[in-house]
Design a protein around this ligand. Structure first.
Ligand code: ATP
Ligand code: MG
Length: 392
């Protein structure tokens, strides 16, 4: 049997709805794919009739890896491994019989669905489905047609220059192509929530700059490694990630030395947010992202959020604000961050957690307490000692 060469047909999601912006979205998506696919070999990526085509340019190209990478690219709703053939009913039937041999060995019923974007094709969609269905039925006598609840659906698409045959599409990641919404700084701890928040906002087209605060020697090298590992899992969804690690030890020691214990958490959070805002401005980012969920812990009440937010001007995105922990955990498992987040290393906030944090802090006492610190000097010190880690 000949070796079948398939292509990938990618169906973009919402971007087809974006009217005048469509070209901009499509170009960004293709640009993201081209860079990402280098890891799987040499590919030709092009767009035609609301579909993106990925074709191997050399024998060495790894199509399976390419399909997996495309399925993790935001902006794509599904990925089809499709075999191209001549636009002729017999060529289409032959291709279906050959390409689907593996799939047909495991099923009992099937149906064929045809689409024609070339309306000059001599058969109607229904006639073509019947013709290809009949040929498959003859070739595989143990498999029968069932148009209502088939085990398997064979798809035939007659496009402008070629026809394509494919089986079930691989679900894509959905969302918008990374970059179309601009840039944002994500405060990434080693916990369960913030990696999920990062994922959710990358999905809405933001290019993410992850920022992590650690507090050596109170936090270990392993805590930092955990965040690097989280970034590695998130990288395929984000196209590119450069983690900025900030040494927060001096800030936390100064807070501990000078401020009331019950305000440690909210004041640290205000410093983190201020530093993240400076990094955002440096990088042309228009917002911050956190993994907060209303009421989950003391620092995540309306009052604490208001006091934190008062420290900065940029909008703070909180994609998990209305999610239950169980919902967040489910998504963390799905994207593959949960097991890493579950590693037991201390985060800088846990090390300095007060025994009785104020759940409803008021702004005036917080500002008064911060008056004992040289906030600007502490921020500048942090910004001068950032470790950048390019995630690969
Ligand atoms: P997570 O599961 O994301 O750690 P959490 O439930 O532990 O969240 P908090 O500790 O209150 O909640 O943190 C709230 C948010 O503040 C986090 O989701 C994250 O965005 C940010 N944050 C907390 N600690 C750090 C840190 N060490 N570095 C960067 N961001 C942090
Ligand atoms: Mg945490």
């Amino acid at each position: 049997m000949s070796i079948i060469n398939y292509q990938l047909l990618l169906k973009p999601g919402e971007l087809i709805l974006k009217g005048g912006n469509r070209r901009f979205f499509e170009e960004r998506l293709i640009g993201n794919l081209k860079v990402k696919l280098r890891a799987a070999g040499d590919f030709y990526v092009s767009a035609k009739q609301s579909t993106i085509y990925v074709e191997a340019r050399s024998e060495a190209a790894d199509m399976e890896l390419a399909a997996a990478l495309c399925a993790k690219t935001f902006g794509i709703v599904n990925v089809c491994k499709a075999v191209p053939c001549e636009k002729d009913k017999d060529a289409i039937a032959r291709t279906a019989i050959e390409f689907l041999a593996g799939a047909f060995s495991n099923i009992r019923t099937f149906k064929v669905e045809s689409k024609r974007s070339d309306k000059r094709f001599p058969l109607s969609s229904i006639e073509l489905s019947q013709y290809v269905g009949g040929a498959l039925d003859d070739a595989y006598p143990n498999v029968a047609v069932d148009v209502h609840t088939p085990d398997f659906c064979v798809n035939v698409e007659v496009r402008d220059s070629l026809a394509f045959v494919h089986g079930a599409p691989i679900p894509g990641a959905g969302g918008l192509p990374v970059g179309v919404s601009g840039r944002s700084v994500c405060l990434l701890s080693g916990g369960i929530d913030s990696p999920v928040a990062l994922y959710r906002m990358a999905k809405r087209g933001l290019k993410i700059i992850p920022v992590h605060f650690n507090a050596p020697p109170y936090t270990s090298e392993l805590a930092k490694e955990k965040v690097v590992d989280l970034c590695r899992v998130l990288l395929p969804y984000c196209e590119k990630l450069i983690l900025e690690v900030i040494n927060f030890t001096h800030v936390q020691e100064e807070i501990q030395r000078n401020c009331p214990e019950e305000l440690f958490t909210v004041i640290s959070r205000r410093f983190m947010t201020r530093i993240a805002e400076r990094i955002a401005i440096r990088n042309g980012a228009g917002s911050l992202i956190t993994g907060e969920s209303l009421g989950q812990v003391a620092s995540q009440t309306q009052e604490a959020i208001a006091v934190t937010e008062n420290a900065v001007k940029l909008p703070i995105m909180r994609p998990l604000i209305g999610s239950d922990k169980s919902e967040i955990v489910e998504l963390a498992r799905k994207i593959g961050t949960f097991d890493i987040s579950a590693r037991p290393y201390e985060d800088c906030c846990t090390v300095f957690t007060p025994r009785h944090p104020k759940t409803k802090p008021k702004l005036d006492p917080v500002i008064e307490a911060e008056g004992k610190l040289d906030a600007e000097a502490l921020i500048i010190e942090c910004l001068a000692n950032i470790e950048n880690i390019a995630i690969a």
